[in-house]
Design a protein around this ligand. Structure first.
Ligand SMILES: N[C@@H](CCC(=O)N[C@@H](CS)C(=O)NCC(=O)O)C(=O)O
Length: 278
């Protein structure tokens, strides 16, 4: 099936687009040049049917691809699984992946995607929770625990990128040549880290003197890696769209906080997590 004949792939996202996980999927769709549309599901409607018929976990994203499968199309949830589906189904030219001719690199991309899903996402997420939202403010041991884990994960990425840089230097390649997690090109595994990276100022707010982050100094290759990804036309377009959504859409995400017994009952969710300056 020609890409231009495809119907839009539907991605469920929550207004006003602050949460990182749906954007991982949207970045991959944009990079592959696939048609897509965003279906906005308020946080208040996410934990019950009909949405839980799409995603039993009651979170975003979910994806419906009307171009494949039976009458209802292919419905999937969990951003990593959706990315895998999109790559396996639509990245025939291997724009964001390696093929069987580079077998180890092909599967190493899975290692990094799993690492993003099980490491970066949950640790950054819990750091945000205990820094901004937990009912007991300044719970230092929890803030430090997740902050240190977040930095440890960034350190794993940094060490890998430095090794990649050393390889390039050994090959006498130009200093500005970008380095990637696996092999010699940007893949879906790199891109999966982008949306959480854009929230680093929220994960490590400058207002918390007890746990700061100086990205350029502590993780210089990570910093360059993120900047290189953010400068890609498709990524730039998606991130600009996300910012516009945050700026212009009606806020519903305080509902996430409202239903948590262990959250501070903040009147607004976004200001607490740094939207609008931090
Ligand atoms: N592991 C899931 C995480 C999904 C997730 O936590 N999504 C957030 C928004 S980025 C959400 O729906 N939060 C609503 C809630 O916690 O109720 C994935 O990657 O798809």
């Amino acid at each position: 099936m020609e890409e231009k004949l495809l119907l839009p792939i539907k991605v469920y996202n929550a207004p006003h687009g602050q949460g990182p996980n749906p954007w991982k999927v949207i970045i991959v769709l944009a990079e592959l040049g696939l048609p897509y549309e965003i279906a906005w599901i308020p946080y208040g409607e996410m934990k019950s049917e009909p949405y839980t018929l799409l995603n039993p976990n009651g979170r975003v994203p979910a994806m419906v691809d009307p171009n494949r499968g039976g009458a209802g199309g292919v419905t999937l949830w969990e951003s990593g699984a959706i990315i895998n589906y999109l790559i396996a189904t639509y990245d025939r030219e291997g724009r964001l992946r390696y093929g069987d001719d580079r077998l180890e690199e092909k599967w190493l991309l899975q290692s990094w995607l799993m690492f993003q899903m099980s490491g970066q996402g949950p640790m950054f997420g819990q750091k945000v929770w205990f820094t901004h939202l937990h009912i007991e403010p300044n719970l230092r041991t929890a803030i430090d625990r997740y902050g240190n884990e977040a930095k440890r994960i960034m350190g794993v990425v940094e060490a890998t990128l430095r090794k990649q840089r050393q390889k390039l230097q050994a090959e006498q390649q130009a200093e500005e040549t970008p380095v990637w997690l696996v092999g010699d090109k940007c893949t879906y595994a790199d891109l999966a880290f982008v949306p959480w990276n854009t929230l680093l100022d929220t994960v490590f707010p400058r207002s918390d003197a007890g746990m700061t982050l100086d990205l350029a100094r502590e993780f210089p290759e990570y910093n360059r890696w993120h900047r290189n990804m953010a400068a890609r036309p498709a990524v730039r377009g998606v991130l600009a769209h996300r910012e516009e959504c945050i700026r212009t859409m009606t806020n519903t995400s305080f509902q996430v906080v409202e239903r948590q017994a262990d959250a501070a009952k903040l009147p607004e969710y976004e200001p607490s997590v740094g939207v609008g300056g931090n």
